[in-house]
Design a protein around this ligand. Structure first.
Ligand code: ATP
Ligand code: FE
Length: 340
């Protein structure tokens, strides 16, 4: 089965052709247009600009994905698109394009929850993953832990009380004037660091409930920059800036992973999936590998280009769902709930 997957929930416009085989999904093409240069000067995504840019990009992105896979719209068996959650103006670009293409060619069509997409990104490298799985979805908008009993179900176990982990990376990079998005540049600085800076203190929760909090990290970095203003101008090659990035990265990966062994035991999990943009992080990937080996969990972290938002993960999830009826009556949903 050949599926075209489309994704534009935030600031990436992406299309991919995936072949679903008996052995799992196989990537035939993947195209992604980044808008980093447009949003970079603002230090974050500007929804209106993102929506307008998607409208300009969507046709060419779809055409390139089809051309690279050597298939036309008529050669497809299905179209899958992100229905939500996300920025509604952004979502509508690929959503409307998918409806038009499905209607024009009479193709089966399916709307996909964005987070089911992130989970299914792991299916390319680990189609035989044993369930139940703990699923850590970490990105600029999410820091959520789920229990999955298969590739199409996610049950929330815990989430951040405030900021997403990706936001801590992005805001730190902004305060240090390192560019946007922050994750990749903070990661590179941390890897180049000769030593760590003073460690960040983990948050304490008075109610004792399991969760995460990353907003204190933002304040922590802000206070350090106020104490030492040269950090804001020193740049990525400065050893002190690098040390700060390394301490931040170590704090985030340690905090993210800490609750997982106990939860894996409690829920008899057999595997651990980590996906979303922050799953590209080098320290998180290496620490997760150590944790999984210790806890006897099979680990599945998608290759970096499949961790960030992309059309391939939407196609892979869409392959497992039942196509819906007339696409014209469907609508994108900025606040789409899981299981809806
Ligand atoms: P969502 O709607 O799922 O929250 P998103 O818009 O945040 O999506 P993603 O592409 O899944 O999109 O994730 C982007 C985030 O990942 C950004 O915050 C970025 O800084 C972060 N990121 C990317 N690479 C790295 C890295 N190497 N280390 C840490 N964070 C990273
Ligand atoms: Fe995402």
């Amino acid at each position: 089965m050949l599926i075209l997957g489309l994704e534009s929930s935030c600031d990436d416009c992406s299309a991919a052709v995936v072949e679903e085989t008996a052995a799992g999904p196989v990537l035939r093409s993947l195209v992604r247009e980044s808008q980093d240069a447009i949003h970079g000067p603002f230090g974050g995504v500007v929804p209106e600009l993102a929506a307008r840019e998607h409208l300009l990009q969507v046709r060419a992105v779809m055409a390139a994905a089809l051309a690279q896979a050597g298939v036309g719209l008529t050669g497809l068996d299905r179209i899958a698109v992100t229905r939500g959650p996300g920025l509604v103006g952004s979502l509508l670009a690929t959503f409307s394009a998918s409806k038009a293409a499905a209607w024009r060619h009479g193709l089966p069509w399916v709307g996909v929850h964005h987070l089911l997409g992130h989970l299914n990104a792991a299916r390319f490298a680990a189609p035989d993953l044993p369930f139940p799985a703990l699923v850590l979805l970490v990105s600029g908008g999410h820091t959520h832990l789920y229990l999955a009993k298969d590739w199409t179900s996610l049950q929330l176990l815990q989430k951040t009380r405030d900021d997403a982990a990706g936001e801590a990376f992005d805001k730190t990079a902004r305060m240090l004037n390192l560019g946007y998005p922050g994750g990749p540049v903070v990661d590179a600085c941390a890897q180049a660091a000769p030593r760590t800076a003073e460690p960040f203190t983990p948050p304490k929760f008075r109610d004792g409930k399991a969760s995460w909090s990353f907003s204190g990290l933002k304040t922590g970095v802000k206070l350090r920059v106020e104490r030492n203003p040269r950090l804001a101008e020193a740049g990525a090659a400065d050893p002190e800036v690098q040390g700060l990035c390394r301490s931040l990265q170590e704090a985030i990966s340690t905090w993210l992973l800490k609750p997982l062994p106990a939860l894996a035991q409690e829920h008899s999990a057999r595997s651990l999936v980590i996906s979303g943009g922050v799953a590209c992080n080098s320290r998180l990937r290496s620490e997760a590998a150590r944790l999984a080996a210790r806890a006897g969990l099979r680990l599945a972290i998608p290759e970096p280009r499949l961790c960030t938002d992309n059309g391939a993960m939407i196609a892979a999830a869409g392959a497992l769902l039942t196509p819906e009826g007339d696409p014209w009556i469907q609508n994108a949903d900025a606040d789409l709930k899981l299981g809806a």
